[in-house]
Ligand binder design. Structure first.
Ligand code: NAP
Ligand code: ZN
Ligand code: ZN
Length: 347
């Protein structure tokens, strides 16, 4: 066992404070990583405050992890000490079920092991995430990253990146399609970058007037202020596809009205409480409402390689570890341009 410094929430109403995590010694297939940067996802906040009612405390959040390999087990082939490496939202899965065999480990029939708040498959204890100095995982769940991209700005690709890339690929977004990205935060800004790079016409759907310029800078072709009745009405029946990244309560029916016939809206944002959907919102126009969870390991690697090829990273604000509680408050106010990343040298 090795102890490593971390930040944890001890209860659903306590701030994150310094804590010590015990990590196992590397097993034959393990890759051990010194964490250099870790992105701050809104899911970290939902989890630290137990907004989904499933948190086991203490919790060490963080699943946008990049760093340098410090040690590898005897059987590891993909990595050696000194390599750059990354870990996203998953650290293990059964590898035997149909979903795992297809590279959809996030939908593992036995339940994938999440990077934090999960339970190790050997029962050895809970998993603790990337708000820490060191982590290890089986090499199958460790990803390669390019040294051409800014390392800190690469971290958010591990969740915000794959969570938006995966549904855009699955629903075959490309030239000729009108795509709305709902919510300009960590996920939303990556959604805009990816959808634009895939050749779609992209509209930013935001409730923040102050974000219009940024949406343009990120490549969005149009901006619709959703709280402005006339602007919202102008996109009635307009989109082939909407990617909903909003973290707070909102009315799905309102946005389903913006889809054209046969259009699809996919939720990736997870508001704390369920939202009613009227069947009429779907029946008129043969519309679909779907969802998507992060992405599997092969697709996450594909996304990282795509980003290296297309020079895509996240727009970040680098923070110190002891600024995390303030960052959470700012994230709740929508005051993040567009992802906080923790510089782990500050821990
Ligand atoms: P974020 O950076 O905080 O962005 C959320 C955005 O939602 C805000 O920037 C804001 O955009 C919009 N928003 C916030 N409050 C709103 C309100 N009251 N009404 C309307 N819009 C509001 O969060 P994130 O890290 O991108 O995460 C977004 C959501 O996705 C979270 O619920 C997170 O847990 C979830 N998530 C899901 C997956 C998955 O696999 N499905 C993976 C990662 C995260 P505007 O200011 O532009 O309106
Ligand atoms: Zn996340
Ligand atoms: Zn499985």
């Amino acid at each position: 066992m090795t102890t490593t410094k971390a930040y944890a929430a001890q209860t659903d109403h306590s701030p994150l404070t310094p804590w010590t995590v015990e990590r196992r010694d590397p097993k034959p297939h393990d890759v051990q990583i010194e964490i250099l940067f870790c992105g701050v996802c809104h899911s970290d906040l939902h989890f630290a405050r137990n907004e989904w009612g499933m948190t086991v405390f203490p919790v060490v959040p963080g699943h946008e992890i990049v760093g340098r390999v410090t040690a590898v087990g005897a059987h590891v082939k993909k990595f050696k000490a000194g390599d750059l490496a990354a870990i996203g939202c998953l650290v293990d899965s059964c590898r035997e079920c149909d979903n795992c065999k297809e590279g959809l480990e996030q939908y593992c029939a036995q339940g994938g092991v999440f990077t934090y708040g999960g339970m190790e498959r050997d029962g050895s204890g809970p998993t603790y995430g990337g708000y820490s100095k060191m982590i290890l995982a089986h090499e199958d769940f460790v990803l390669r990253i390019s040294d051409k991209l800014d390392l800190a700005a690469t971290a958010p690709l591990l969740c915000a990146g794959i969570t938006t890339y995966s549904p855009l690929r699955h629903w075959k977004i490309g030239p000729g399609m009108k795509v709305g990205i709902l919510g300009l935060g960590g996920l939303g800004h990556m959604g805009v970058k990816f959808a634009v790079s895939m050749g779609a016409e992209v509209t930013m759907l935001s409730h923040s007037p102050s974000k219009e310029k940024d949406a343009q800078r990120l490549g969005a072709h149009k901006f619709v202020l959703t709280s402005d009745e006339a602007q919202a009405k102008s996109v009635t029946g307009y989109f082939d596809f909407i990617l909903d990244t909003v973290s707070a309560q909102h009315d799905y029916n309102f946005y389903l009205g913006m889809l054209k016939t046969n259009g699809t809206m996919v939720c990736v944002g997870v508001p704390p409480a369920p939202t009613p959907v009227h069947s009429m919102s779907l029946i008129f126009g043969r519309k679909s409402l779907g969802g998507s969870l992060i992405g599997g390991l092969p697709e996450t690697q594909e996304m990282l390689d795509y980003c290296a090829e297309h020079n895509i990273v996240s727009d970040i604000e680098l923070i110190r570890m002891d600024e995390i509680n303030e960052a959470y408050e700012r994230m709740l106010k929508g005051d993040v341009r567009y992802r906080f990343v923790i510089d782990m040298s500050s821990l």
